[in-house]
Design a protein around this ligand. Sequence first.
Ligand SMILES: CC(C)(COP(=O)(O)OP(=O)(O)OC[C@H]1O[C@@H](n2cnc3c(N)ncnc32)[C@H](O)[C@@H]1OP(=O)(O)O)[C@@H](O)C(=O)NCCC(=O)NCCS
Length: 172
Amino acid sequence: MRYRTATLEDLDPLVKLYKTVAANEGGIARLENEITSEYIRGFLEKSLETGLIIVGENPDDASELVAEIHGYKPGIQVFDHVLGDVTIVVHPDFQGRKIGRTILMIFLDEIVRNRPDIGRVELIARESNEKAIALYQSVGFLIEGRLEMRIKTADHYEADIPMGWQNPNYEL
Ligand SMILES: CC(C)(COP(=O)(O)OP(=O)(O)OC[C@H]1O[C@@H](n2cnc3c(N)ncnc32)[C@H](O)[C@@H]1OP(=O)(O)O)[C@@H](O)C(=O)NCCC(=O)NCCS
């Protein structure tokens, strides 16, 4: 499978991938109808400008994307060393095959090697997303708290879990 930095041409394949992932409840926060071109374009442009965005191509059809991870700087000076809004998605048909782990490792490795301007990477996962939380912990993210009642589903509320990772090669 080929992993590479995204380009603006990836907009439509990314909309498709995010809609497919959002159709399954319990993963990313947005519902399927909240995945719009504007939303995708927003994080695509910001990640290319200040952060990092990596995609994984379908080995059988390179025009289709099956995995993606991104993050970008919040645009406030005191947070200039922070990579936020980090989101990782793997197409449901490709989950459980180490693709999520691989793309996350590529993302963090790139930061360690080439991004001394990034000191901290932060993300939030809902507490029931044990798979994602276990993955993040296994690569060094720490649980930093608990945002009670932050996620509202059709029939219950659940906590959101903020997590952080620090770049050992960050240069102050
Ligand atoms: C969460 C997600 C990115 C993981 O990607 P993936 O390719 O399915 O996961 P991987 O096969 O790389 O597995 C990575 C780790 O996840 C955990 N994991 C995977 N399947 C699991 C399961 N059924 N139960 C518990 N943990 C599991 C394990 O820690 C696993 O580690 P291992 O490599 O030692 O087995 C992917 O499932 C996904 O896109 N889910 C929907 C969107 C989402 O929830 N994104 C995260 C929002 S915070």
